[in-house]
Design a protein around this ligand. Structure first.
Ligand code: UD1
Length: 449
């Protein structure tokens, strides 16, 4: 008794999924741990999943239409995707998932309230605000939670929606938003700061506004381009994707569509670093070097060779020891903040030293004390950290504090002497599909306990 036509016209990349039930792989409790015994090179093939940071937004875009939207290459086995499904289901969407396929029918949506209990789990849930306001003229969304990597306000989202005529009040921890009678109004919006989420929220809101909206100083991430392409398939009129000025001509309604979600560049980057740190050769299936261009030069300087081969990436370390390099995070196409912790883990064993400067988030060095427990030599000064390479890391009991910090500890564990136990691994399941399965298939001694 499915509300949708079946998935038979859709293409799955993931016949090898260990389970066809998306919920079974994301059920760790706060007590679950990962134990890694270091010292094994990684060799083999890792399939890269669809991008979490795209899928979360594409799912919100489904709210803009009363017809079903179909997604291929959806990273279904992630806790954040599960949270977004919970939120959309609460609003009234019907959702069907199988392997890496997902269908969302927002036709039956009745509620425009995103409650605290679901929104607090993940910042990506703020992305329902623009679509709800655009289609229904009103929305009540709890102020979001997410990784504890800084204060992460939503002022850019709210100010820009006000410029489109929305009336916004903050009451009891909720954002209460109302569009003018007849809907949001096209506007020229100049973001004072580049924001991925604000660009996406406004891009979606503007698709159903009256008139033309121009987003200036917009973010250029590949996930935003992919979202725009999905919206265009739904009938939106958008130009300038991937540049700092995006223009959206509002339309009356959007229709159903099928869209394949782009591969996760941060997951790919993480496994590239894993190969570089451990030695061995990895083939990353369905991954794009072009989305990691800022990291590529640095990886090459560090001694890691990465090449595109069709739709795959092949990676191996060219020298005995990683060379020290300096990195600085910046908005795309600059070096991604979501790979900063993993690069720092890699630098711990480098020849010489490297400096890591974080310019996007003010509190994104929480992995530093944990890496130091494993023997790393890192000194933080303001928003920079100096990492002096040591001869070896030693296995230890460590604590995962946020998504990317957690994976940095897994990477450190892969090269540390002896056993590393990583606590609070539910953070990892927010963003890495089956990381234990993918790494152990390539020779890592890693298990969940
Ligand atoms: C997204 C990604 C996250 C990534 C980040 C930067 C998702 C689900 N998350 O987060 O993984 O690390 O981009 O690439 O896609 N800011 C404000 N006011 C706002 C919004 C943002 O001051 O209204 C600040 C933030 O605190 C931060 C900076 O702007 O310092 C960039 O944040 P933003 O690009 O909005 O990140 P997210 O969309 O939250």
């Amino acid at each position: 008794m499915s509300p949708f036509p079946d998935f038979k016209n859709l293409k799955s990349n993931r016949d090898s999924y260990p389970s066809s039930d998306p919920e079974t792989l994301v059920q760790s409790s706060k007590l679950d741990k990962i134990v890694v015994t270091g010292g094994k090179p990684l060799n083999g093939i890792i399939p890269i999943s669809g991008a979490k940071n795209a899928a979360l937004k594409h799912m919100c875009a489904a709210l803009l239409s009363d017809e079903p939207i179909y997604f291929e290459n959806a990273p279904n086995m992630l806790r954040d995707i599960q949270s977004q499904c919970d939120l959309l289901t609460y609003l009234g969407c019907q959702i069907r998932r199988e392997k890496d396929l997902m269908a969302i029918d927002a036709g039956p949506v009745k509620s425009q309230t995103a409650p605290y209990d679901i929104v607090r789990k993940m910042r990506g849930s703020i992305l329902v605000l623009g679509p709800l306001l655009a289609r229904f003229g009103q929305a009540k969304v709890s102020l979001p939670g997410g990784c504890a990597i800084g204060t992460r306000p939503v002022d850019l989202h709210l100010n820009a929606l006000e410029e489109m005529g929305a009336e916004i009040k903050l009451e009891n921890g909720y954002i209460n938003a109302k569009a003018p009678q007849g809907g949001l109004l096209g506007a020229k919006i100049l973001f004072p700061k580049v924001s991925v989420g604000a660009t996406e929220n406004l891009l979606m809101a503007a698709t159903l506004a009256n008139g033309t909206t121009v987003l200036a100083n917009a973010a250029k991430e590949p996930e935003i381009v992919d979202l725009g392409e999905c919206l265009i398939k739904m009938g939106s009129k958008i130009t300038g994707l991937g540049t700092e000025t995006i223009t959206i001509e509002g339309v009356k309604s959007l229709k159903g569509a099928t869209h394949s979600i782009l591969p996760d560049r941060i997951e790919a980057g993480t496994y590239i670093i894993a190969a570089g740190m451990t030695g061995g050769t990895l083939k990353l299936e369905n991954a794009r070097i072009e989305h990691l261009s800022a990291a590529m030069g640095l990886l090459s300087q560090a001694g890691i060779e990465v090449e595109q081969s069709g739709f795959d990436i092949i990676v191996h370390r060219e020298i005995d020891r990683i060379q020290g390099i300096d990195i600085m995070t910046e908005p795309y196409p600059g070096f991604p903040t979501d790979l900063q912790a993993q690069f720092m883990a890699m630098l711990c064993l480098c020849q010489g030293a490297g400096m890591v400067t974080e310019t996007i988030f003010e509190n994104r060095f929480m992995h530093v004390p944990e890496l130091c427990r494993m023997g790393a030599d890192i000194i933080v000064q303001g928003n920079s950290a100096i990492v002096r390479g040591v001869e070896s890391l030693k296995g230890a009991e460590v604590m995962a504090t946020d998504l990317r910090a957690s994976v940095a500890l897994v990477l450190a564990g892969l090269v540390a002497e002896g056993e590393t136990t990583i606590n609070r691994i539910y953070h990892l399941e927010r963003g890495y599909e089956d990381i234990v399965g993918k790494l152990s298939a390539c020779g890592a001694a890693i298990k969940k306990v």
